[in-house]
Write a protein that binds this ligand. Structure first.
Ligand SMILES: Cc1cc2nc3c(=O)[nH]c(=O)nc-3n(C[C@H](O)[C@H](O)[C@H](O)COP(=O)(O)O)c2cc1C
Length: 343
């Protein structure tokens, strides 16, 4: 293992300096928000270990988010952020909750910031982080005033875009990494990959799958066991059944729930046919389905019928470990890679 004072460790520190400054953390590693998983325990463990935790607001009401932020603050004095989904019907109330708590970083997921949301978040002094699924959108987001970007490829767990992390990183980092900090996400399981993306200009990285089964994660033991058993090829993207009903693909471990999603899509498509729902409502029903299915697996431990959202890096998750150990291993491997590279 590389010692903290080695040349590799020094190089890693330099490469992470910008991300660390932006986040106010010790290392530029975010634990991506994971609905039901990223609550007070995992988030505070992440920030206490020197990384950066994010509360997944998901479908929480403003009251629940208020409680979760307060409870997280009781467990850590280090900075953490909140991830909000743009299509949440009470988005602006949630933004208010974040500002009342003086949350330092807000991540908006699920699309471009709706009108007024950027000003509402930044006006209260928080830094705004958005997902950039393509170079043109990255430039547009920077022009509109976002403070940092996450570039997430389709290897990731949860909702995904169509392009791989390696291609997005090559397209986006050289063009925009000097303007705002860019954090790369999707498929990162080891420190060697972190070193590579930092070398390409990333300010840091965001990992989800690798942290989902940490000791501090409240995910059900069955959920964790399913992760430990799985390989990269078990984490598959959902398939769109009806061409008229565009569903955002979700990457999850294959199980009986994969079939249930097909049935759900057919049911929603039928309602569209009957004219009993509009397209926007149809898409919301699909998203509610995912939230429920994920809860079933994460909280109830039903790993057959629930959704086991996981990225392709799941094969590198082999045991339950404290967050601090995972971060230490990632940092040691990244430092070692940078040391070898320069020889
Ligand atoms: C179980 C699970 C749930 C997730 N839920 C969310 C979410 O609610 N909001 C979000 O923006 N991203 C969500 N993600 C994506 C993560 O925040 C993170 O960006 C992703 O896991 C990074 O890729 P990786 O899984 O390859 O490490 C989820 C990922 C997983 C594995």
């Amino acid at each position: 293992m590389t010692s903290p004072s080695s040349i590799g460790a020094e190089r890693l520190k330099r490469r992470m300096a910008r991300g660390v400054e932006f986040l106010g953390s010790e290392v530029a590693i975010l634990c991506g928000a994971m609905s039901w998983v990223s609550e007070r325990h995992l988030v505070s463990a992440m920030s206490n270990a020197g990384g950066f935790g994010l509360i997944a607001c998901g479908a929480m009401t403003p009251e629940l988010l208020d409680q979760e932020i307060a409870a997280t603050k009781a467990l850590t004095s280090k900075p953490f952020g909140v991830n909000l989904i743009t299509m949440h019907p009470q988005l602006f109330d949630l933004i208010d909750v974040c500002s009342r708590h003086q949350v330092s970083h807000v991540v908006l997921a699920g699309g471009l910031p709706p009108t007024g949301s950027l000003d509402a978040i930044k006006g209260n002094g928080a830094k705004l982080i958005c997902f950039a699924p393509a170079l043109a959108l990255a430039k547009k987001l920077i022009r509109s005033g976002v403070d940092a970007l996450v570039v997430e490829g389709m290897e990731a767990g949860g909702h995904i875009g169509p392009v791989s992390t390696s291609v997005l990183a090559q397209e986006i980092l050289p063009e925009v990494a000097e303007q705002v900090p860019v954090f790369v996400a999707g498929g990162i399981g080891r420190g060697e990959a972190i070193a590579a993306y930092l070398d390409m200009g990333a300010a840091g990285v965001q990992l989800g799958t690798r942290f989902a089964c940490a000791t501090e994660s409240i995910a059900h033991p069955n959920f964790k066991k399913a992760f430990f058993r799985a390989n990269a090829r078990d984490a598959v993207a959902s398939v769109q059944i009806d061409p008229r009903l565009p569903v955002i693909p979700v990457r999850a471990l294959k199980n009986a729930g994969t079939e249930l999603f097909t049935a759900k899509q057919l049911e929603v498509a039928q309602s569209l046919n009957d004219g009993t729902v509009e397209m926007a409502e149809a898409q919301l029903q699909i998203e509610h389905y995912w939230a429920g299915a994920l809860r079933r697996a994460v909280i109830d431990g039903d790993v057959e019928h629930g959704s086991l959202m996981a990225g392709q890096s799941v094969g590198m998750v082999t045991k339950e470990e404290p967050v601090a150990d995972i971060i230490a291993q990632l940092m040691a491997d990244a430092a070692h890679a940078l040391e070898k590279r320069a020889a």
